[in-house]
Design a binder for this molecule. Structure first.
Ligand SMILES: [Zn+2]
Length: 843
């Protein structure tokens, strides 16, 4: 060991002190860097400013590293900042390798595992601001990062030595930018801090936190890639905001119910962290902290929720909101409970210190968030070895839940081979390991770290009927209650024994031969719409209106025939598992098919279902045009459109632009700027009627059916609107399909339909001027109607119609009572919607 003179030591100490001071001096605070007072009333940094600040931190500090995860829907850079000690960031590759082995400990000996626990660091993933109006965390993230980058105290250094913080200041950058622009535009006006009249994500708005098992959006895909393929964190915190007039902050433990297939150590980690958050908040004299309230631990649609089944300790926090960055004053009498875990506002064991009311501002939100953020970092550092050991134990338990030969099989050659290929690709994207036989059967072994996740998504749900007090009433689902992918996708996947000697899975290439004069594309897969729509725009397509033989084979009604040019255009859109047959010539009985001109109604209420519908139609090549109130009211629609689609909207929203619950309740809806107020009104309803009478096709999804029924006086009604015993929460039901109607081409005799409200049709025989066909029916009461999820009172829905088609004037109306395209998660019933659009161009 080298010996230094006291003088050298003193110099070295002085030098290190100087380096520390210089570092702090050269790393500007976010307020200094941006030239605005971060956290002040009516002041917000937008996402581009936040990214610029983090890039500056990265340049100035060896403790911060910015990583771009990908592009958002509207082309912004989605980033995370890795924040840790200089040594940890320098040794990132090794630490990632350790995290990977802890997440997948197959083949790891105990001694080796213990060595990894000693060497490894906790990877703490913190996501902020997925909901763009919940702006606080995106601002707090900058201040937190600055503090961690500049701190020289021993405690912060110890935390940064034990933990690698992976901080994402906003996981919906597009929406953060939209909301900050909208807020700045309305500052100082009567609309300050008010709701935006469009979605804060180009397609899905608030439902960006419902996409985490289906992974349809770019942001979800990028973040999931970082979590399940790159970093493999053990702990994930997602920071949200909630309403203004209840508790100030929710921290875990969660409320009921809990999914029994999630490892209990997930909840033990989560509860330990949540307890420390509450503890530190109370110490800092922050009142209004609640746990065991509203937010459950059951449904896998949200960010960190999906991660529970993948052995990650996922936490949610929810801080009360201001009016964006504008302070609100809450009077004492306005404070209310009303949710699970707090019926009346007042002290309880889970809420010992209620907030008394007063002014609530952005700075309060950021202060609460900063304390809970520091608290999770503290617990992760304190419990470093425990949390790594627990993650290891969870992964091992998941693997040991199943025998080595337990598996699911996704058979080759099934009705919708492209859908089956899509399911396999989705599981792979989730980090699930797949294998395949030479003939294309895909096997999903269950004895792997994400085995419980696989089982959750491939088997039917049975909602746990938890009661909080004795009696009849159960805790109702927070969101939907079914997510069984094979049913939702119309794909078959069954439990099977894993054969030996399988190869690793690879996506099967499409089989679309281009040698020949004509090509036949059988109906039945939603994926064919991509090919048909591309083909229609690149060449000539025809459709068989009844079964027909061609190329030595029978083709079902709904088969589309493409000429060479159409096939070439279509092949460019090919997906795995797709195929068509080369035939000699197109059968002459087939009718010409042209691309439907589709209009999609968009209210100014920021409808998520409108967004999802637009997303699905665009993804499949329908190129819908948006119709706002003004455009519909102007009329003349029949000249421009073949079909107009109404997404799932309450009839009052379509008619007036206001929700029914806004009337009579204590909920107050602030005014909208006049150009965004109102609905279709009388002129819009008349214009839609005129559109149909002149030959247009009106497609009404979900609740919009009731608007169409009322406005067109159809011989149909909702047979469940007075069924008080009936209740449902996003469940999958069995429906029998009536074959050989243009709207049911290619569908199997029985489908799983997704229903989330009391809506099923009774019809009556109409007069001769209307032709009415029921397209799908719920089975008789003696048969099981519920396939997955939760419902009450199945007798009420027995034998009612799930979907109805009618002719009307020269046009047509299609009513789909179930959610045919719910959150882009139900491809099995997309064909009802797609076929209805093709039907609109039929003579
Ligand atoms: Zn939220």
């Amino acid at each position: 060991m080298t010996r230094y003179s006291p003088r050298v030591v003193a110099c070295a100490l002085l030098l290190s002190l100087w380096v520390a001071v210089a570092r702090a001096a050269t790393i500007p605070s976010p307020s200094e860097f941006l030239g605005l007072h971060v956290g002040a009333d009516r002041t917000v940094a937008d996402y581009r400013q936040i990214l610029a600040y983090f890039k500056a931190l990265d340049a100035a500090s060896p403790r911060v590293e910015v990583e771009i995860l990908g592009k958002t829907t509207l082309g912004e850079d989605l980033f995370l900042a890795a924040i840790s000690s200089e040594a940890n960031l320098a040794g990132k590759a090794r630490l990632q390798e350790i995290a990977r082995k802890i997440a997948d400990p197959r083949g790891l000996a105990d001694a080796e595992a213990e060595a990894l626990v000693r060497e490894g660091k906790v990877f703490l993933f913190v996501t902020c601001n997925i909901h763009s109006t919940e702006i606080g965390a995106s601002q707090m993230a900058m201040e937190w990062a600055h503090a961690l980058a500049t701190a020289e105290d021993a405690e912060t250094k110890r935390r940064l030595d034990s933990v690698v913080l992976l901080l994402l200041p906003s996981i919906n950058p597009d929406g953060q930018i939209m909301e900050t622009e909208w807020y700045r535009r309305n500052l100082g006006t009567r609309y300050e801090g008010g709701r935006m009249p469009w979605l804060y994500h180009h397609y899905v708005g608030h439902d960006d936190n419902r996409d985490w098992f289906m992974l349809t959006q770019k942001e979800t895909q990028a973040v999931s890639g970082a979590v399940y393929h790159e970093w493999l964190p053990q702990v994930w915190l997602d920071e949200h905001q909630m309403g203004t007039t209840g508790p100030r902050i929710f921290v875990p433990p969660y409320s009921e119910p809990v999914d029994p297939d999630i490892h209990p150590l997930v909840w033990r980690d989560v509860n330990l962290i949540g307890a420390n958050m509450a503890f530190r908040l109370e110490q800092a004299q922050k009142s209004g902290v609640i746990y065991g309230y509203v937010f459950d631990a059951y449904w896998p649609g949200g960010t960190k929720n999906t991660a529970w089944w993948k052995n990650i300790s996922g936490l949610l926090t929810e801080v009360a909101s201001a009016r964006f960055a504008t302070p609100v004053r809450v009077e004492r009498n306005e404070l209310s409970g009303g949710g699970k875990g707090l019926v009346e506002y007042g002290p309880q064991t889970n809420f010992p210190n209620p907030w008394p009311g007063g002014t609530w501002r952005l700075r309060d939100i950021m202060d609460y968030e900063r304390i809970l953020s520091d608290a999770i970092l503290e617990t992760c550092a304190e419990r470093r070895a425990d949390f790594l050991r627990n993650a290891l134990a969870r992964a091992r338990a998941s693997i040991a839940t199943y025998g080595p030969a337990d598996a699911f099989r996704i058979p080759a050659g099934q009705r919708d081979a492209a859908g089956a290929a899509r399911l396999a690709a989705l599981l792979a994207e989730h980090g699930v390991e797949l294998r395949a036989t030479a003939n294309g059967d895909v096997y999903v072994p269950l004895a792997q770290p994400y085995g419980r996740f696989v089982n959750e998504l491939l088997t039917p749900q049975r909602y746990p009927e938890t009661k909080l007090v004795p009696g009849k009433e159960i805790v109702r689902p927070y969101d939907v209650s079914a997510w069984t992918l094979p049913l939702m996708m119309g794909v078959s996947a069954e439990r099977a024994t894993l054969p030996g000697g399988l190869a690793a899975w690879q996506a099967a290439p499409p089989a679309l031969p281009l040698d020949g004069a004509a090509f036949a594309l059988a109906p039945g897969s939603p994926e064919t719409a991509r090919l048909v729509n591309a083909g229609l725009r690149g060449g000539v397509a025809r459709i068989a209106r009844s079964a027909v033989s061609a190329g030595g084979r029978e083709w079902a009604a709904g088969t589309v025939f493409l000429d060479g040019a159409a096939a070439k255009a279509a092949a460019a859109k090919a997906a795995p598992g797709q195929s068509w047959a080369s035939i000699g010539s197109v059968p002459p009985v087939a009718e010409p098919l042209r691309a439907p001109r589709v209009g999609l109604y968009k209210p100014w209420t920021a409808s998520m279902d409108e967004g999802w519908t637009r997303f699905v139609l665009e993804q499949y090549g329908f190129e819908p045009k948006t119709l706002d109130n003004k455009t519909v009211r102007a009329g003349g629609l029949a000249a421009a459109f073949d079909a107009i689609v109404l997404a799932d909207l309450a009839k009052e929203v379509i008619a007036t632009g206001k929700r029914k619950r806004d009337e009579g309740s204590m909920r107050y809806s602030p005014e909208m700027p006049p150009e965004y107020a109102g609905g279709l009104e009388k002129e819009g309803a008349a214009a839609l009627k005129d559109f149909v009478e002149r030959g247009g096709t009106l497609v009404a999804l979900g609740s919009s059916s009731e608007y169409a029924i009322d406005e067109l006086a159809l011989p149909v009604r909702n047979g469940l609107d007075r069924a008080s015993d009936f209740a449902i929460a996003g469940s999958l039901l069995r429906a029998e399909v009536v074959p050989d109607h243009p709207v049911t081409y290619g569908l199997p005799p029985e489908v799983a339909v997704f229903l989330d409200e009391a809506l099923a049709f009774d019809t009556v025989p109409p007069g001769p001027e209307i032709e009415r066909r029921v397209l799908a029916t719920y089975p008789a009461a003696s048969q099981d109607v519920l396939l997955s999820g939760w419902m009450r009172g199945p007798e009420a829905i027995a034998r009612k119609a799930a979907a109805v088609a009618l002719t009307y004037g020269k046009g047509k109306v299609v009513l789909l009572g179930f959610r045919a395209q719910h959150r882009a998660q139900t491809p099995g019933t997309f064909p009802f919607l797609f076929n209805a659009l093709y039907w609109s161009t039929a003579r």
